[in-house]
Design a binder for this molecule. Structure first.
Ligand code: FES
Length: 78
């Protein structure tokens, strides 16, 4: 099992949770913030949320069926 990657430390929101909300229909960083509360604390993670939203939208334009990997890569040492 792969580790969940924490994007927002303030609100304990993972990349997988952000991906789930994007798959459910969120289209903007503001949508992600509203539904997950990610990026609503210190706002340090907002750029990363922007990047995830952009990456998701870019992937969906190319191939809506294409899976994107929001998970942390496996530790190469193990
Ligand atoms: S780390 Fe996301 S709001 Fe602070």
């Amino acid at each position: 099992m792969r580790a969940q990657r924490l994007v927002c430390l303030c609100n304990q929101v993972t990349a997988q949770e952000i991906l789930a909300i994007l798959k459910a229909g969120a289209r903007t960083t503001a949508d992600v913030q509203e539904f997950t509360m990610a990026g609503t604390g210190c706002t340090r993670c907002v750029r990363e949320i922007d990047a995830l939203v952009f990456r998701y939208k870019s992937t969906q334009k190319k191939d809506p069926q294409l899976r994107i990997d929001f998970e942390e890569p496996k530790d190469k040492r193990s």
